[in-house]
Design a protein around this ligand. Structure first.
Ligand code: SAH
Length: 233
């Protein structure tokens, strides 16, 4: 069974968007994964098709209604659907490569994209939504976050990446940032390729890459060396 994504959004026209081209787009066409973008507004019950309302307790902005969202989720994910239900949210657990791997190994995902100030808390609890953040910044909506998450997942699906080895050596896969890359020309604006890489000595090359990965990680992301975030579990 292929990976099946259902995205609940007020802007279904944003999908597949960037995921319609390149590796993800070809895999979508080939049926390696499937994507349905569901218009939340179709589940509104009044004639104005209202999906949001003013926040209880006052304050700026609008909040997405629990009742409308529940109907949309129940339609996308009926009882028996084994797919995790995610809510893109800056308050969520930061997305990691480890979680991406788990999702890619599963049946798919139902992804709710917030807008405005966010969604009614009771909906999150009543439908057991897993809140997922893509970083410590605020987007105007969950759609770009859902695209980011799906991009990371889809490239791990069997058959999507031509060269599977390049996946294993990437940043985070072994708890380190990746070593720097070089390609022709041999000299660029007076800068040569590090000699060891053109030596043909594979053991030395592997050692150099490992040392560079460790150096970069120590310099830029010392937190990775201590955390279990990246671990394959
Ligand atoms: N008032 C909220 C932000 C709302 S932003 C707060 O301060 O926490 C509107 C929507 O964009 C959110 O409901 C969420 O779906 C999405 N979003 C914004 N930033 C995000 C992030 N870093 N990761 C994932 N989703 C995000």
């Amino acid at each position: 069974m292929s990976f099946s994504a259902s995205v609940l959004t007020l802007y279904p026209e944003m999908f597949p968007g960037a995921l319609g081209v390149s590796l993800a787009g070809r895999a979508l066409e080939a049926g390696t994964w499937s994507l349905e973008a569901i218009q939340i507004r179709d589940f509104a019950t009044d004639k104005h098709r209202t999906v949001d309302d003013t926040p209880a307790g006052g304050g700026a902005g609008m909040v997405m209604r629990a009742d409308v969202l529940a109907k949309a989720i129940d339609h996308a994910s009926p009882p028996g659907d084994e797919r995790p239900r995610l809510l893109m949210s800056p308050r969520g657990r930061p997305l990691t490569q480890a979680r991406v791997r788990e999702l890619a190994a599963g049946p798919g995902a139902v992804i709710l994209c917030g807008r405005f100030e966010g969604v009614d808390q009771r909906l999150i609890e009543a439908r057991g939504l897993e809140e997922v953040s893509i970083g410590d910044f605020i987007l105007s909506g969950g759609e770009p976050a859902a695209l980011v998450l799906l991009d990371a997942v889809v490239r791990l699906l069997p058959g999507v990446m031509g060269n599977a080895v390049s996946g294993d050596e990437e940043s985070f896969e072994n708890g380190l940032l990746e070593h720097p890359h070089y390609t022709r020309p041999q000299e660029f604006e007076g800068r040569p390729i590090p000699e060891v890489l053109t030596s043909g000595n594979h053991k030395k090359i592997a050692e150099w890459r490992r040392a560079e990965a460790e150096r970069l990680t120590r310099e830029r992301r010392p937190d990775l060396l201590e955390s279990e975030w990246f671990s394959k579990g």
